[in-house]
Write a protein that binds this ligand. Sequence first.
Ligand code: DAH
Length: 330
Amino acid sequence: MPELNFDKVLASLKLRLDEVVDESEFDEILKEYTGKDSLLSVERKNLSNLSNEDKKVYGETLNNVNKSIVTNIKKAKEEFINNKYASLEDEENDDITIDWITNTGTHRHILSQVMDEVVNIFASIGYKVAYGPEVETSWHNFDALNTPDWHPARYESDTLYTDNDLETLLRTQTSTVQIRHMEENDPPVYIVAPGRVFRSDQLDATHSPVFHQLEGLAVDKNLKFTDLKGTLEYFVKQFFGEDIETKFIPHFFPFTEPSAEVLVKWKNGEWLEILGCGMVDPNVLNHVGYSDEYQGFAWGVGIERLAMLKYQVDHIKNFYDNDLRFLEQF
Ligand code: DAH
């Protein structure tokens, strides 16, 4: 029975594999060792000259050798590719995690900075911070806030629901935190609630389906519209500067009565809306079990809108693109 020295074949294969410098060589090697001109094929052809018994034994040996050759080549190829990427990573990638820690020039995202600034202004006049969940019940987002069943904000075209019964949703406003806080706490209440909100909006220069709001709520005895006005005027001056002019114009929100929008006069003389506000509707206070002796005022301000005005950002998507050339300016 012919005996090719297969140890030698495999040893020579190993040497050959160690020398590979380009990925394409693996296919050539496979052809060299198992293709039709390979030693293995020649041996296979010779099988027909053997006795049946020998044919079986030697045929099996040849198959095993074929298998070892194929596996060795496959393994070597995988290793080659892994090494290639590992060294590419070493050569071409900076370790940004290390850079992040040692680079003292880093700072918070502009939206976080603005949010912090707004929270701090209200904290400085006694407001505490409250949080609520982003996935909300329809009750907290609409019903408890005195929103009638027919209100367009409830439509699926405006609100992102997370179930088929329209019972749970991604909150469309931070006003939900008013309800959650009052359900858990007795008056008086002075809170601000920063957070992310979601709407089924197309992205355009001033709208994004995900954006940030800061909600405010004061509930106490003897609160009047003048308290609301004074508080918000104080905030606007702290944020934009003493010279900023503001005006309140009537508006409608289901959860406040009366309701207003606050506009600020911008550098080009244009009036721009920055927040919604009003005296808390007594229905809302009833929903959370507060007694009639309490009144409240509330507001909701868009953080992106504030940041766009203050820093003259002309498209909302700049905040989310995370282009360092934009972010590093703040
Ligand atoms: N939730 C309103 C919105 O998202 C903003 C708002 C208006 C909040 C009036 C209030 C308020 O608390 O009193 O458009």
